[in-house]
Design a protein. Structure first.
Length: 107
């Protein structure tokens, strides 16, 4: 399942961009036509940087309709995990809820 399947987006174009599936590039970071990435664990949107990695430039507004996008929860994610005793969550096995938006949806 695509990470964005369970979320509604600000407009049809954003939804199409995030739900786009390429038959030649299963990883959207490998597809030159992939423009936008949504990170559910951070509730963060970004423009894909096609540099051979998985870099994105975080955006605050939809490039198609101009809607304000939610503020990134990246810093909150790290603070919450640190409070739970995870000092290096990127390198540790963390609770599954922190791999999705479930951790902040509970609040």
């Amino acid at each position: 399942m695509h990470s964005s399947d369970l979320k509604s987006f600000c407009c049809q174009k954003m939804s199409e961009a995030l739900n786009r599936q390429c038959s030649q590039h299963p990883d959207p970071f490998d597809c030159p036509d992939s423009l936008i990435h949504y990170s559910p664990e951070f509730d963060e949107y970004g423009l894909v940087i096609h540099d051979g990695g998985s870099s994105v430039q975080v955006i605050n507004y939809c490039p198609w309709c101009g809607a304000k996008l939610p503020a990134s929860k990246r810093d909150q994610w790290f603070r919450t995990l640190e409070a739970l005793g995870y000092d290096s969550p990127s390198n540790q096995e963390i609770p599954n809820e922190f791999l999705t938006g479930e951790w902040y949806a509970k609040k």
